[in-house]
Design a protein around this ligand. Structure first.
Ligand code: LLP
Length: 486
């Protein structure tokens, strides 16, 4: 049939991030201020080449402990067939060693600063324990995320609270529990914090979320530092300087630094450089106006990960050296002491540790076009493809195949056409109902964005390590779906 004989074609290459020790100087030419073309860089047209071998697991994309043993994929020493037999399908699988080792990579690379894991990428009680044990701090952006962390005894002083519209109750919980930092995002919030600090006799450490006006090269929905969006205080309008004035006027609040997060899934570091430079101008302004030297600078998260072959894999040490250098230079040239640097990776820690397993259901050939392979989950367990046009790598995981490639679309079981997990991928022509498919790179923002569309229960999350699997979040049941209804 035609679709099985489509000649693979390469439709251009994606812009890759730039690595190398001189990368920051070189790439700075690419960064430019926010304008009306902000964040319009979307993935280019696919499909990609059919891989020469449909069985390979690219080590830059698959979890660090993944392998094929006797044809079947193993993660953390556990065979995917056993995992699904024991825990059902679909299934989120987290390679504990991969997750923890990335924590350590960041901690070592930023040894003289702070690394806060951004819990929104994927947080549950067990992950909070891993973060705590690996010595990282934790970013939360709601009372719910804070509750998860506190429930396992996460030290509050290592937690930062974010959010553009924190409720009074959320702020109060944070002040009461003594979280390490609260990132102020609005004038209303500064006033509320002043009131709550008085009420509880506490002096919270506060940072200012600054909108630095950087156009991050990522999807519009996840770019956060151009002026026309909801987060933070604009630098260019003077709002950020006014926020500093108001916080410094309240002695019950301790202003400790500035914060910037330019966006997510960013693969060139130029934007961070621009952000750091702009934050430094505000540090100088604050020193000149108030005689206050702020000791901390938080450059947020956003470090991109490779999802498909050819994507850039950022080197954490290079990022760390680059950012440290920038901050030191900027501070020195402004005549300021070098502030303590904090970073907040989420995806870069959780993303590649996670794989989703699905069972193949129906397989439909659309003559002359492609084959629709339906799996037992979809946009309820991974909405990123529908929401951002995200791309993923997927493989037949329960066995090896030497069949030729067929151009496929991996689709879910939900009632809409946009319900796809992988838009274009090559799967073996002998794919059959009951085979297991593994989708790589689903550790971040899949379970956390999961929903119950069409009343599908959310899959379980299992952690695998040394051949042992443990349920860390149990699968939802029909009772869970009905709970809370009249
Ligand atoms: N810090 C702050 C203040 C943030 O808002 C975020 C992400 C992070 C750190 C972590 O960013 P990361 O290192 O994970 O890129 N749902 C989207 C991503 C939204 C990111 C929101 N903020 C996605 O699935 O791509």
């Amino acid at each position: 049939m035609y679709f099985r004989s489509i000649v693979s074609r390469q439709v251009g290459t994606r812009p890759t991030g730039i690595t190398g020790s001189d990368s920051l100087d070189r790439v700075s030419r690419f960064a430019h201020p926010a304008g009306d073309r902000h964040a319009e860089v979307l993935p280019e047209e696919r499909p990609p080449h059919a891989p020469a071998d449909l069985n390979t697991l690219d080590p830059t994309i698959w979890p660090r402990t993944s392998n094929r043993v006797g044809g079947s994929v193993t993660i953390g020493g556990a065979d995917v067939r056993d995992l699904v037999r024991e825990h059902g399908s679909p299934l989120y699988v987290v390679d504990e060693e991969d997750f923890r080792s990335r924590c350590r990579d960041y901690r070592e690379a930023f040894a003289d600063g702070e690394v806060h894991y951004a819990g929104k990428a994927f947080l549950c009680r067990e992950v909070a324990r891993w973060i705590m044990q690996e010595g990282l701090g934790l970013d939360v952006c709601s009372a719910g995320e804070l509750a998860v962390a506190l429930s396992v005894g996460f030290p509050p002083e290592r937690i930062t609270l974010h959010g553009n519209n924190k409720s009074l109750a959320e702020l109060e919980r944070a002040v009461e529990t003594g979280v390490g930092h609260i990132v102020a995002d609005s004038f209303e919030e500064i006033a509320r914090l002043g009131f709550l600090a008085d009420k509880h006799g506490r002096r919270p450490q506060v940072m200012i979320r600054v909108t630095v006006g950087v156009e991050a090269h990522t999807h519009e929905f996840i770019a956060t530092a151009h002026d026309d969006q909801k987060f933070g205080f604009s630098l260019s309008s003077g709002a950020a300087a006014e926020a500093a004035r108001r916080i410094l006027a309240l002695p019950q609040l301790e202003l400790v630094g500035l914060h910037s997060h330019i966006g997510s899934q960013i693969t060139d570091t130029a934007g961070f450089e621009v952000a750091a430079r702009r934050l430094a101008t505000l540090l100088v302004q604050i020193k000149e106006e108030h005689g206050v030297v702020l000791p901390e600078l938080d450059l947020g998260g956003g470090y991109g990960i490779p999802y498909v072959e050819g994507d850039t894999a950022l080197d954490v040490k290079e990022i760390a050296d680059g950012l440290r250098g920038i901050v030191a230079n900027v501070a020195r040239s402004a005549g300021l002491p070098v502030p303590k640097l904090t970073v907040e990776p989420g995806r870069a820690i959780a993303g590649l540790a996670g794989v989703t397993l699905y069972e193949v259901g129906t397989i439909k050939d659309v003559e002359g076009l492609r084959t629709y392979v339906s799996i037992d989950g979809g946009m309820s367990d991974n909405i990123r493809t529908a929401l951002y046009g995200a791309e993923y790598t997927a493989r037949l995981a329960s066995r090896e195949s030497s069949s030729g490639p067929m151009l496929s679309r991996l689709v879910g079981k939900h009632c809409e056409s946009g319900d796809m997990v992988v838009r274009d991928l090559w799967l073996p022509q002998d794919l059959a109902t009951g085979d297991l498919i593994a989708v790589a790179g689903t550790g971040a923002y899949c379970r956390s964005l999961a929903n119950n569309y069409n009343y599908l229960p959310k899959p379980a999350v299992v952690a695998v390590k040394d051949g042992v699997s443990r349920v860390i979040v149990r699968r939802e049941t029909e009772d869970d779906l009905l709970r809370g209804q009249l």
